[in-house]
Design a protein around this ligand. Structure first.
Ligand code: GLN
Length: 287
């Protein structure tokens, strides 16, 4: 079916119409924007433009890969998140809209103008850390990842937006720190159970396994972070984590057992429990 596209001349409108029979409308548009290196409005304003053979060939290649399940963000090399566009490669998870909730909550805990230290564990593309650093220029953000390949991507994203209040550390969760204390710690750790059928779905097959899955029913990394966080949090500092749809109560329980108060869970736009956090109060219970 995709062979038809090779029959040039074809206009933007005709090409998109055919492609939209095979992939979603938005994906077809993102792919063509990427091939032509244009903004979304261009496709509308120039719908009658005839495309060149090379442009059609490149579009067709991307379309075939999308049909095989590759995330559109890996094909175009970018993904919008919050108010920025992040470079992404298969070395990092594609930033997801539900993770914007984590950023929103973190920003609500960091008053504008406040000088404080923020930590993002498992930064991947840097979407969370760079967005927080951009919106809170007086805060100093540290972004950690165990993957040096991911950190290359995260650094590029910080450079793209000339973010200066950010530092990158290659480490396994807290292992890169000793006595540092943070006002806010955020993380979107891997939390999908090994063997979850969801992993075989569309885009996930192409994403880094290490960024998606965790042992112990997906809770291994979440537990590690909650249990170790008190050593790295200021008194009254906040920890908040993204988690799976059924992990809020375990997260709440762990936080409760680890000297956290003001424990909360917030659901994402799909109504799914997505972020749980709390405030570290080491004297809890001691009257
Ligand atoms: N929310 C992602 C998904 O289910 C997983 C992200 C993660 O493991 N941190 O597709």
């Amino acid at each position: 079916m995709t062979q038809n596209f090779l029959k040039s001349p074809i206009t933007i409108r005709e090409l998109l119409r055919s492609a939209e029979l095979l992939v979603s409308r938005i994906d077809a548009r993102f792919l063509l924007q990427s091939v032509l290196n244009v903004e979304a409005a261009f496709l509308i304003a120039h719908a009658d433009l005839l495309l060149g053979t090379e442009q059609i060939r490149r579009f067709q290649q991307l379309l075939a890969r999308r049909i095989e399940g590759e995330p559109v963000a890996y094909l175009t090399g970018e993904k919008g998140f919050y108010d920025l566009v992040f470079e992404v490669t298969p070395d990092v998870l594609v930033p997801r809209p539900e993770t914007e909730l984590l950023v929103e909550i973190a920003l609500s805990k960091i008053p504008l103008g406040q000088q404080c230290n923020i930590l993002d564990l498992g930064t991947g593309s840097g979407a969370i850390a760079v967005t927080i650093a951009k919106h809170r220029p007086d805060a100093q953000v540290t972004a950690v990842d165990i993957s040096s390949a991911a950190l290359v991507v995260a650094r590029k994203n910080a450079e793209k937006y000339a973010i200066k209040n950010i530092a990158f550390v290659e480490a396994d969760w807290f292992s890169g720190f000793s006595s540092e204390k943070f006002a806010v710690i955020v993380a979107n750790p891997p939390y999908i159970t090994l063997g979850d059928p969801h992993l075989e779905e569309d885009g996930l097959r192409f994403e880094p396994f290490i960024a998606l899955t965790a042992q112990e029913n997906g809770l291994e990394c979440i537990c590690k972070i909650i249990i170790q966080a008190p050593d790295y949090l200021e008194n009254a500092g906040w920890l908040m984590l993204e988690h799976g749809y059924d992990q809020a109560s375990v997260c709440q329980e762990l936080l409760d057992r680890t000297d956290f108060l003001s424990i909360f869970t917030q659901s994402d736009l799909a109504g799914i429990d997505r972020v749980t956090g709390g405030q570290y109060r080491p004297l809890k219970g001691a009257k």
